[in-house]
Write a protein that binds this ligand. Structure first.
Ligand code: NAD
Length: 523
């Protein structure tokens, strides 16, 4: 089997999803059923280097196509994603166990992102024309061009297998870079399918590829590329950054979160409870920006908790195909189910109460019950560490100040939300220490590609979306062009009193901020 391509279909066993079965391959399971669905060959470090070298060889031609030429090809990818949406969703559901509604977000987001960066690239990374600030540079024309890193490597997680792989590849490709992606070993199939379509169905230039594997493959990609875009846990993020330091390769890290939601007493409590249920349980809570901690101003606490419990209690959980008849899907990684269980057990053992859920669901498939915990505090893992499952912890706060203090008491700072009367909620939201905050909504900032999305504190370095989300894949090159000048500049040899004196007087006149000094008279 050719390396990095999906292997033969298998339905014969109980292997661990993402587990290596032999040194050179791993297996993929359907988390909704436990069924084994594929075996994937691992790319060795040498194979990773070969693929990177191959796309590197084609990058100059891709860059030379210009913004419109590259948008032409990315537009074909958009059309393919729209035309093949059902096929893409089928594969995604098989490897993630998502419900159809959650899976359906991915092609739509990517199509929008292609149009966003295609339309904005000229504004974001087009050449800057700068006026020199100093009269000593009056003869110069200043330009800044944004040249892409040659090869961008993308290492992605399993919770949104296309959004978090192609969603970063799109701006990189639009910027003119070649891209090699290493998807998660839990969800390698959908991405491989799109990359294959780029090559064989779309006939796109050979500047996009993927490599398959686990940590070693990811490390080899870090070694081989010119820029690393990593999305995953802060634990792996540290390793990636340390590895990249060896080759001084720049990195952008999108890491975990422990997102707070603040509910003020004057909030529309129906909207707040519905938002908390969706923001905490969507994608089975496996979103870096999931609502994980909720702080409610005392007067609203009882009513909010009752509404939230009712809403979460109504959610339908289980396998979903194309029927749109389940709300909460499977846990994609069994490792994550163990973490969720550990957090919930720790909280329950320390005095928390589960008003709904609280346990994994008996198989087949890998599910955790949608869970609302109360009587929680910050000594518990569930309020401190990233749970990444369908679990929310709700705490009563004396007032908005206490809610803010608790919301900001975290090593993470990815995003957050505040519900309340619009102006008051906005004032509180502006004081949440995180990279993006929503007022009277949850998660929606991710769709606002116009603005940056990145983590503060241990939630990341750098950001995606907006101007920075494409510029980071470029290296600014300043071009300083002499418009006019004689045989030599006054600053060049030979040094004489007259020539250097003239330069000195111009500099003095320009730098001084009072007339005496401008004229060379001491103050
Ligand atoms: P992970 O850190 O375990 O793995 C992420 C990727 O890194 C995978 O492809 C994995 O194979 C690879 N990897 C593992 N070891 C490596 C190594 N030593 N060198 C290079 N690559 C290596 O994360 P995960 O469990 O797949 O994803 C869940 C995490 O991702 C959560 O913490 C979640 O919050 C985070 N996440 C963050 C964002 C964001 O935008 N900030 C978005 C989604 C998920």
């Amino acid at each position: 089997m050719e390396s990095g391509t999906v292997g033969r279909e298998q339905t014969d066993g109980n292997a661990v999803n993402g587990g290596a079965t032999a040194e050179d391959q791993f297996e993929v399971l359907n988390p909704a059923t436990g069924e084994r669905i594929a075996t994937v060959a691992i790319d060795s470090p040498a194979q990773v280097a070969e693929k990177v070298a191959r796309v590197r060889g084609n990058q100059a031609e891709w860059e030379a196509m210009g913004i419109e030429g590259r948008y032409h090809w990315l537009g074909k990818l958009r059309d393919w994603l729209l035309d093949n949406s059902d096929r893409v969703l089928d594969t995604m559901q098989r490897e993630t166990g998502k419900v159809r509604a959650d899976a359906s977000n991915e092609p739509a987001y990517l199509a929008d992102l292609i149009n966003f960066y295609g339309g904005k690239a000229a504004e974001f990374i087009g050449e800057d024309k700068i006026r020199p600030h100093s009269p000593l540079l009056a003869s110069k024309k200043l330009r800044v061009q944004y040249r892409p890193h040659q090869v961008v490597g993308i290492i992605s997680p399993w919770n949104f297998p296309l959004i978090l792989a192609l969603g970063d590849a799109i701006p990189a490709l639009q910027a003119g870079a070649a891209v090699v992606i290493k998807p998660s070993e839990f969800t390698p199939l959908g991405l491989a399918e799109v990359v294959e379509a780029w090559k064989s169905e779309i006939g796109g230039p050979d500047v996009l590829d993927c490599v398959q594997g686990i940590g070693e493959t990811g490390g080899a990609l870090v070694d081989a590329v010119d820029f690393i875009q990593f999305t995953g846990s802060d634990r792996t993020g540290r390793k990636v950054m340390a590895r990249a330091a060896e080759t001084l390769t720049p990195v952008s890290l999108e890491l975990g979160g422990k997102d707070p939601m603040i509910v003020l007493a004057d909030a529309d409590l129906d909207r707040a409870a519905n938002a908390a249920a969706w923001g905490g349980m969507m994608n089975a809570g496996q979103i870096c920006m999931s609502v994980e901690r909720i702080y409610v101003e005392e007067p609203a606490y009882d009513e909010f908790v009752a509404k939230l419990t009712t809403e979460v209690g109504k959610l339908r959980q289980g396998p979903d195909s194309t029927g749109w008849d389940a709300d909460v899907g499977a846990m994609t990684s069994p490792n994550q189910t163990a973490i969720v269980k550990d957090h919930v057990d720790d909280a329950l053992a320390s005095g928390a109460r589960a008003l709904t859920g609280g346990r994994p669901v008996a198989g087949p498939g890998d599910y955790f019950e949608p869970t609302v915990l109360v009587d929680v505090d910050h000594s518990m893992k569930v309020m401190r560490d990233e749970t990444f499952g369908p679990v929310v912890g709700v705490m009563k706060a004396r007032d908005a100040e206490e809610a803010l203090r608790l919301a900001n008491d975290s090593r993470y700072g990815l995003s957050g939300s505040v519900f309340g009367e619009k102006d008051r909620a906005e004032q509180v939201a502006r004081r949440v220490e995180c990279g993006a905050v929503n007022v009277n909504d949850v998660l929606v900032n991710y769709l606002a590609s116009d603005v940056p999305m990145g983590g503060w504190k241990q939630s990341g370095i750098g950001s995606r979306h907006g101007e920075g989300g494409i510029k980071k894949y470029c290296r600014p090159e300043s071009v300083v062009i002499t418009r006019f000048g004689g045989k030599r500049e006054p600053t060049w040899y030979p040094y004489t009193r007259a020539r250097r004196g003239l330069v000195g007087r111009i500099a003095q006149a320009f730098n001084a901020r009072d007339l005496k000094r401008r004229l060379g008279l001491r103050g």
